[in-house]
Design a protein. Structure first.
Length: 175
């Protein structure tokens, strides 16, 4: 499986995704196996004393693409789509994600682009135990726990930069 990342105008990810889906279905027809995701996480928020679940982007301004196809010849076409800035490139100017970037993209795609709350068990001073959910097979490090906000801060490497992202969790009583 090949994974790609496309930069686009922040806030316009849904429109660019629609343009990409239309473009790939027109270009590949029945052979279209291209999946485009705008990665989001389901977060718990408190508003006026009530807890709500909202969708928040994991990487604002980026779309993830998975396919068996090689998309190197499609770079200019994707760049010309409204709101799209084109594929992210590696240092050698290739566009297919590699190493930890590829693992991270595979993790997002494995969760269909939506990171739902994981169930964890946590006691002060003890390691965190992820019981079920997307964080169970995460290739990152949990660096901070926020019990009140029902989230953990996760550090991961993407595009050569260490990023910190707040991820949703559901606390289960410690064993």
């Amino acid at each position: 499986m090949n994974y790609y990342c496309i930069a686009c105008r922040t806030g316009g990810e849904v429109k660019v995704r629609a343009h990409l889906n239309k473009y790939f279905s027109r270009e590949f027809g029945d052979l279209n196996d291209v999946r485009v995701f705008f990665p989001v996480r389901k977060m718990f928020e408190r508003r006026m004393g009530r807890q709500l679940v909202t969708d928040q982007p994991i990487l604002p301004g980026y779309l993830m693409v998975s396919t068996e196809q090689v998309l190197d010849t499609r770079m200019l076409d994707v760049e010309r789509l409204p709101g799209s800035y084109g594929f992210l490139r590696n240092m050698d100017n290739t566009i297919c994600l590699r190493a930890s970037d590829k693992e991270y993209a595979a993790w997002i795609m494995g969760n269909d682009g939506v990171i739902k709350p994981s169930k964890i068990s946590f006691t002060e001073g003890e390691p965190i135990k992820v019981l079920e959910g997307p964080l169970m097979n995460l290739h990152g490090t949990i660096v901070r726990v926020d019990r009140r906000g029902s989230r953990v801060m996760v550090e991961f490497d993407f595009a050569g930069v260490v990023r910190r992202v707040s991820m949703p969790v559901e606390f289960i009583g410690a064993e």
